[in-house]
Design a protein around this ligand. Structure first.
Ligand SMILES: Nc1nc2c(ncn2[C@@H]2O[C@H](COP(=O)(O)OP(=O)(O)O)[C@@H](O)[C@H]2O)c(=O)[nH]1
Ligand SMILES: [Mg+2]
Length: 421
């Protein structure tokens, strides 16, 4: 049967979604699957800090919404969508707060929210820019290589979610190792690249041409021979020079090739999810082979923790949606700490206008959550009972699943080779 990206994604999802050990991976893959179905595409501006990413994003959108600055200013990812102007902050605990545009920098600037002490997961903005029509999620990322380590991590994490990227350089400093490494890593996840050189206003035309020639050589090597010559858009986000050319070229290309871009980026991401899943299965396998004494200790520790959470939840009086998510996060972290096993819950997003969960509902949900975890752990224990048949069958299932996932990965690699070669 001929290879189909949709089929590979669907098959992997089918396999992962029924495997307890791969909950988190299945959840991640579901998002990718939905994006592919709905043709929503994530386009990120990436590059080192101070290249002018946020200034460029504003210029492309034709709206000065993102804070820019002389010092590294973006500490959280900002996602921009089509719609009437509005903004909201998404916190790690699932809470969402609508905010005014003027207050944006309180959440996404390194100065006002240093080391992300506010726990901002991302900021979502809507603006009626033509560029965003057709389901584009446009992302401004904190720069890599900023001396704030947190920013580099955020940039890497979000790079993995991108389908297309605008890779931004600027004439005021040559392309460096950090950027080259980042670009190489991005190639493993994103399927479409647009290159731009910013701050063209700072140099003469001759110098600009020299800089672009030099970048072309470096980028060509990284991107591979099939992209000769690498197209680079010279722009000045400040004066607006070259912005129209870049914007309309990217817009046209995304419109025409959205499906192809998404197909390719989906299987690139799937490949990574498969690697994660196989690692996860190895962890699980390890738990099944844990020494009895160690296993007993681990269970005692988690039981103790479940009791603590139960007591804590009884004394909570408000903000139940948020508290519920916090309990989920705490549980996931504890399981990881004790078993070295990923146990990821979906964090439900709540709106501050819809705080409807009552205390009774809250306690009921907490109860369910805790008993669900108990059941999962009991099921591991069950396999550890002296029922050799069950243990062997479980190990057999894990191996079978790992093999099926490896086969999908082989198909992906073959397909990518055939199409790149
Ligand atoms: N001369 C010049 N400066 C620019 C240009 N674009 C951005 N800048 C400046 O570069 C600095 C960093 O910009 P910013 O957009 O915050 O960079 P980011 O960290 O990559 O998001 C700011 O001081 C901007 O004013 C440009 O095209 N020309
Ligand atoms: Mg920025």
């Amino acid at each position: 049967m001929e290879f189909s990206e949709e089929r590979a994604v669907a098959r992997a999802y089918e396999l992962l979604s029924v495997e307890e050990a791969c909950k988190g991976q299945a959840q991640h893959l579901r998002i990718i699957k939905e994006k592919l179905e709905k043709e929503t595409l994530t386009l990120s501006i990436i590059g080192q800090f101070k290249r002018g990413k946020s200034t460029l994003a504003n210029a492309i959108l034709g709206d000065d919404i993102l804070p820019v600055g002389i010092v590294p200013i973006t500490s959280a990812v900002t996602r921009v969508y089509y719609g009437p102007r509005s903004a909201e902050v998404h916190f790690f605990n699932g809470d969402i707060q609508p905010i005014q545009f003027e207050k944006l920098s309180e959440y996404i600037s390194e100065q006002e929210n240093s080391n992300n002490k506010l726990g901002v997961a991302s900021v979502a903005i809507k603006t009626p820019s033509k560029f965003l029509k057709n389901g584009i999620e446009f992302v401004d990322t904190p720069g890599v290589g900023s001396f704030h380590k947190n920013n580099t991590e955020v940039a890497y994490q979000y790079m993995k979610e991108s389908d297309g990227v605008i890779f931004l350089l600027s004439v005021d400093s040559p392309i460096n190792e950090i950027e080259i490494e980042f670009l190489k890593a991005t190639k493993e996840f994103a399927s479409k690249f647009y290159f731009a050189v910013n701050k063209a206003d700072l140099v003469s035309e001759v110098e600009l041409a020299q800089y672009i020639g030099y970048c072309q050589g470096v980028l060509q090597q990284i991107m591979g021979m099939d992209t000769i010559p690498v197209k680079i858009f010279p722009v000045s986000a400040k004066t607006g020079a070259g912005i129209k050319e870049l914007t309309s070229s990217v817009s046209k290309d995304l419109k025409k090739n959205a499906k192809a871009i998404l197909k390719r980026s989906s299987i690139l991401k799937l490949r990574d999810i498969i690697d994660d899943s196989i690692n996860q299965l190895r962890f699980y396998w390890k738990a099944m082979n844990m020494e009895y004494k160690a296993l007993d200790r681990a269970f005692a520790a988690i039981d103790e923790y479940i009791d603590v959470l139960k007591k804590e939840s009884e004394s909570m009086e408000s903000d139940f949606e948020i508290k519920f998510n916090e309990i989920k996060i705490a549980l996931s972290e504890k399981v990881k700490e004790i078993f070295g096993m990923e146990y990821v819950y979906e964090i439900e997003e709540s709106s501050p206008f819809q705080r409807t969960m009552t205390k009774e509902e809250f306690q009921e949900k907490v109860e369910l959550l805790l008993s669900d975890l108990r059941q999962t752990l009991d099921s591991i224990l069950l396999y550890r009972e002296d029922n050799a048949y069950l243990v062997v069958r479980r190990i057999g299932n894990i191996n079978l699943l790992a093999n099926r996932l490896r086969e999908i990965k082989r198909q992906i690699n073959r397909h990518l080779e055939e199409n790149d070669g």
